[in-house]
Design a protein around this ligand. Structure first.
Ligand code: SF4
Length: 477
């Protein structure tokens, strides 16, 4: 058995050949988070023709990269303080501070070698470039789940019920209107509406619902998810773009980034085999952006993925954002395993430090995303306050009702006053926003922009006429 396999590490074939290279000083007695980052790698890469595979002078730490995340070990902070690791971290930090775009190999290197404070500094430098004001935004909203019936059976989901289950429901219009009315009375600006993949509640139900709500209330429907839209298209045997066009016509204002999990097929086949593929998830967002609507993006990590697959997820998002520019924000959280159907699949070892690591790397890597949202519902208020020093500039929604992660035993709903107090005590001014990140708060000087989905259609992927009109609506300084 090779040394790597004895340690339970699975290496790519080309890296296995590195181990057998006569001059490669691959030393299994070295601390594992240092292996593979010594300067010899650069020389070896050049001598073997692999140099073009990497844009960094050093290859990522392999032992950690190829491991299932369940066995991943955080790097030692002390080892990042000097020597070759520190030199490489300093180089990347300088590059990021100069608005450089890091490669996926550099992201892997950061994930496996950087100490948390270095990551926080780098993420903050990107945050300040994108959002230099000392403020943190949030939105008053409500989660509303018109149905919990779902036929997709994701192993990590404690929210859904199969058709016919005695706890399965579809809310009546009256129940929905009452919830919307309560939300509007409390100053709510957004309804985050999502359901399960119901075999009979399809796009016509949702178009009518959204159109009826828009006719009665002044509130944005931030509704559905890429997997739900792909489910409609599949059941209705029509193109994704047509379903989105109908929803937009009905009044859909923006699309949440849910259902992304990890955008790598190997992972999706294990944790959600019946759910939308990576390509389809991206295609729904691409088509959404092409109609002129904006959407957000997410990642649910900490299940069966490897570090390389986490980074691959970010690569897919950054590539699509380069193409359309339609994403407004990114948020991540770890899988909430309690009480889910396949509880045994999901490790309980993801920690707050890992959350800060992933969220900071996302801020550094996704240099074409304007906003990073913290997830206090999954991480708790204290951790979310800390995440403001790791690149997050938005506190998300107040979620006057939350049914999905709370079904998995994770529940951190908090009052507006408490959110504001935490933001203030972290040194920022709290301000309310709308779904398109326009500030809608009487404490803010200046005009709100964008106010609605039409004004938000400034991204390159939007139709030309919408972009022109959206730009013309921008207030002059
Ligand atoms: S995560 Fe969504 S698609 Fe998966 S089972 Fe739950 S409700 Fe259904």
């Amino acid at each position: 058995m090779e040394g790597s396999e004895a340690l339970g590490v699975h290496l790519k074939p080309e890296w296995k050949s590195a181990l057998s290279h006569p001059t490669a000083p691959w030393d299994w007695s070295l601390p594992e988070n240092v292996r593979g980052v010594w300067p010899w790698n650069s020389a070896w890469l050049h001598s073997t023709g692999h140099a073009n595979d990497y844009t960094t002078p050093m290859a990522p730490t392999l032992a950690n990269t190829e491991r299932p995340i369940r066995d991943w070990k955080a790097p030692s902070a002390a080892q990042a303080q000097n020597g070759a690791l520190r030199e490489e971290l300093d180089r990347i930090e300088l590059f990021v501070a100069g608005a450089g775009r890091i490669s996926k190999e550099e992201a892997l290197f950061l994930h496996n070698n950087a100490d948390l404070l270095s990551l926080g500094r780098m993420a903050t430098s990107v945050r300040l470039r994108k959002n230099p004001e000392a403020r943190i935004t949030y939105i008053v909203d409500r989660n509303l789940n018109p149905t919990n019936v779902c036929i997709t059976d994701c192993g990590f989901c404690a929210f859904y019920r199969s058709p016919g289950d005695r706890q399965a429901y579809v809310l009546s219009r009256d129940e929905i209107y009452q919830k919307v009315e309560d939300t509007v009375r409390l100053g709510g600006k957004q309804l985050l509406m999502q359901g399960g993949h119901h075999p009979n509640v399809l796009s016509d139900f949702w178009c009518e619902l959204i159109s009826d709500i828009k006719a009665r209330f002044d509130i944005n429907c931030h509704a559905l998810s890429a997997p739900e839209i792909e489910h409609f298209a599949r059941y209705e045997k029509r193109p994704i773009a047509e379903v989105i066009a109908d929803l937009k016509e009905a009044g859909l204002g923006s699309l949440p980034g849910a259902g992304a999990e990890v955008l790598v097929e190997r992972v999706r086949k294990i944790i959600a085999p019946k759910k939308t593929t990576t390509d389809d998830w991206l295609e729904v967002h691409r088509q959404t952006h092409k109609t002129g609507l904006r959407s957000s993006a997410t990642m649910m990590y900490g299940n069966v993925e490897t570090v390389a697959e986490r980074i691959e997820h970010l690569v897919r998002l950054r590539d699509l954002q380069d193409e359309t520019g339609g994403f407004t924000a990114f948020a991540s959280w770890n899988t909430q395993p309690e009480g889910v159907p396949q509880e045994e699949l999901f490790p309980r070892t993801t920690t707050p430090a890992e959350y800060l690591r992933v969220q900071s790397i996302a801020r550094i890597f996704l240099d074409n995303f304007d906003h990073m949202q913290t997830s206090y519902v999954t991480q708790g208020m204290k951790m979310s306050q800390v995440s403001l020093a790791f690149g997050c500039d938005d506190f998300g929604g107040t979620m006057l009702e939350e049914n999905v992660v709370s079904a998995a035993g994770c529940f951190h709903l908090e009052s507006i006053q408490r959110i504001e107090s935490l933001i203030r005590n972290a040194g920022y001014q709290p301000l309310q926003r709308n779904s398109w990140y326009g500030i809608e708060d009487e404490r803010n000087d200046g005009q709100t922009w964008p106010k609605n989905r039409e004004e938000a259609a400034t991204h390159p992927g939007a139709p030309d006429d919408m972009r022109t009109a959206a730009r013309a609506s921008r207030p002059t300084a």
